[in-house]
Write a protein that binds this ligand. Structure first.
Ligand code: ZN
Length: 327
């Protein structure tokens, strides 16, 4: 099991009305342009380091604020790797059984969103810990969101690395870790985060909650693709809110072994369910399923894929006469 302190930089859309959002199933808040990480040693001290630049494909133009803050410009990013490749390298560096330690909730949210829009897997990530929770408990800082620089000041840590650089911030965060009682902090984490931080994380998400994945499941060990797909556990999900029955529309094949359906609960409204099938090394099939609360945008997205305009028109014109004679 590895503890990895992680930090990222991400680019933003120039405008929330940007046309690129029509192509995306979720409202992508930030596209990752840099991942930095520090592996903690067995004594919870800073160990190996990792950094990679990622070339954005959705928000290609650097937002002036991000460029100013990070000093990263488009010329630097031309040499970055695509997310898929960068993420694979990062995963390989992390190894199995990774627990990510981050300062705040943003890095987790942004990472999961980026994994979703690139249709990759996060089942290899064991756990996410928001270090602010542990810091707040152990320094009696209460419920406030403490900035990293305040935490460094609190422990008298001198800033030796660049801030707003993914690896620099990850390193600084790992120095804060070395001042915390991380072991007991992680043990008490679930309880403490119930009391303290879940509230923090929600405040940070603001109005974006509708687009967050609310359930992620992996189903493994199916001998065939058909058996995987026809399994009730996979294709007849329970309501992630109340556990009741969901009634689902037909599954839309999105290519590349990806499917989606719109499901609704009579009490909790609509959900977008996305499934991805994958053949594993031992020749069995694994299914990753993600459930989002469906807002108007996602319902429209589903409908646009379910009834592509061109195809619908073609079908209609052929059968137009027959259909009309019945009505
Ligand atoms: Zn429900």
């Amino acid at each position: 099991m590895g503890y990895i302190v992680m930090d990222m930089e991400w680019n933003q859309a120039m405008s929330s009305q940007s046309a690129v959002f029509n192509k995306l199933p979720i409202h992508l808040r930030g596209e990752i342009i840099q991942i930095g990480a520090v592996r903690l040693t067995d004594d919870f001290l800073p160990g190996d380091e990792f950094q990679i630049d990622v070339r954005p494909v959705f928000f290609k133009k650097m937002h002036y604020k991000v460029e100013k803050l990070t000093g990263i410009d488009k010329y630097r990013l031309e040499h970055g790797l695509g997310f898929k490749e960068a993420f694979a390298k990062f995963r390989e560096w992390c190894g199995e059984g990774t627990t990510f330690l981050t300062w705040g909730c943003d890095d987790r949210n942004i990472m999961e969103q980026n994994i979703i829009v690139h249709d990759l897997d996060w089942d290899w990530i064991d756990r996410w810990i928001n270090l602010q929770v542990i810091y707040n408990v152990q320094t009696e800082a209460g419920r406030n969101q403490t900035g990293l620089s305040i935490a460094m000041e609190h422990f008298g840590i001198e800033q030796t690395r660049v801030a707003h650089d993914a690896l620099g911030d990850a390193y600084n965060t790992s120095l804060v870790c070395s001042k915390l009682d991380l072991l007991s902090g992680i043990e008490q984490y679930d309880n403490a985060s119930k009391v303290l931080s879940i509230k923090n994380c929600k405040v940070q998400n603001g109005g974006d909650n509708a687009q967050e994945a609310i359930e992620h499941n992996a189903f493994t060990g199916y001998p065939t693709r058909e058996e995987a797909f026809s399994s009730k556990a996979v294709s007849a999900p329970e309501c992630p809110v109340c556990g009741g029955t969901l009634s689902c529309s037909r599954w839309i094949n999105q290519g590349d072994r990806r499917y989606m359906a719109l499901c609704s609960c009579k009490d909790d409204g609509q959900f977008l369910v996305r499934i991805k099938l994958r053949l594993t090394a031992d020749d069995t099939w694994t299914v990753n399923r993600i459930i989002y609360r469906a807002d108007e945008k996602q319902i429209q997205y589903y409908k646009s894929k379910a009834h592509p305009e061109g195809r619908r028109r073609k079908r209609r014109s052929k059968k137009a006469t027959a259909a009309h004679s019945h009505s």
